[in-house]
Design a protein around this ligand. Sequence first.
Ligand code: PXG
Length: 454
Amino acid sequence: MTHKNPQTREWQTLSNDHHLAPFSDFKQLKEKGPRIITHAKGVYLWDSEGNQILDGMAGLWCVAIGYGRDELAEAASKQMRELPYYNLFFQTAHPPVLELSKAIAEVAPEGMNHVFFTGSGSEGNDTMLRMVRHYWAIKGQPNKKTIISRVNGYHGSTVAGASLGGMTYMHEQGDLPIPGIVHIPQPYWFGEGGDMSPEEFGIWAANQLEEKILELGVDNVGAFIAEPIQGAGGVIIPPDSYWPRIKEILAKYDILFVADEVICGFGRTGEWFGSDFYDLKPDMMTIAKGLTSGYIPMGGLIVRDEVVAVLNEGGDFNHGFTYSGHPVAAAVALENIRIMREEKIIQRAHEKAAPYLQKRLRELSDHPLVGEVRGVGLLGAIELVKDKATRARYEGRGVGMICRQFCFDNGLIMRAVGDTMIIAPPLVISEAEIDELVTKARKCLDLTLSVLEG
Ligand code: PXG
């Protein structure tokens, strides 16, 4: 490939010689060379060749407040000068982590007033697993160990995270899942609902939780973990019947409910948390990504007061990370939340960007390749099919990847999960930028169709 900028080739050589990229085919990446992203502003990225790209994925579901907010850089710089690092292990604390804990408690659902900090969402879910088991042990029920999760859920890439997740291609590498984690079907009507109506299928999928609890015995089940809306799995929005039925089941059995809010949290659905959107009452919520708008790594676990009351009776919780509550990350998160609140970013997304995006996206339903458009807040999915009526796919054609490449080449980042195209732009996207996103998406759908017909 020829490059306008000679440095592009140099950077690609560095990639080939020294870098191992996450979730990548190393050999294939060497042949192709990565695209080098050099800077960003608002909802736009620029690559080393000078191309401007509309980032329909907010980085990787992270950059809620948009790129280029100097206030976050200032907050980091100030904190680095004042106290760049100190640990929280040995009965010490520092102002940023304490102020951040309070700010999170203020925006979290009622009764969720305590936060355990980690460096990522995966570590948040590892923390969850250990905390759930510790909790039941303190309560004298050490057998309540098993965590129920869902097929095609995503909960991270550490050993516990990948085990909790229901991605079989991850389980295949490294002998996962670890014992004590089981999966039930996902509420993915478009892909798996067959002849059932969405409502019927939602009830069926929710009932799988009850069946699994009964099969394992409630005395062996510690928790159920789920994303309010599955993100990496393909923006899977459960049928309306799903969460109400799950709530009934959770109310019936004495197990903890963990909402993985790593993607849904901090405004993605147009509410602070996906749990607010669906009125879930979780005992724990995993957070990351939007917590800092991705400007710096940070994750955590928000814990309900009643759970903390039990943990308080258990002595030491022998768990923590060097970077738990890192002061610079905490200062950045605090500034991010301050901006979100003061500029009413979530409220404005809820009132303006979200309805506009959802309306414009649904206009793509008339495209011959599109079997369904769905979305909530600033999340969207477009299902690519051969036959709209039967929801049949172009089997084996890699349609999603073809479309994704056209998007890349035409200045739009839109992800492909199989043949589902997904978007999650920054919450601050404007109406004009949404217009651009939808126009580019339609063009890429046309280009994809022409390849399939050609
Ligand atoms: N839970 C959820 C719901 C996530 O989406 C994690 C946990 C793990 O967070 P960390 O910070 O450890 O990565 C995630 C992460 C994708 C993709 O392909 C999504 C994630 C990570 C990597 C790729 O959409 N989400």
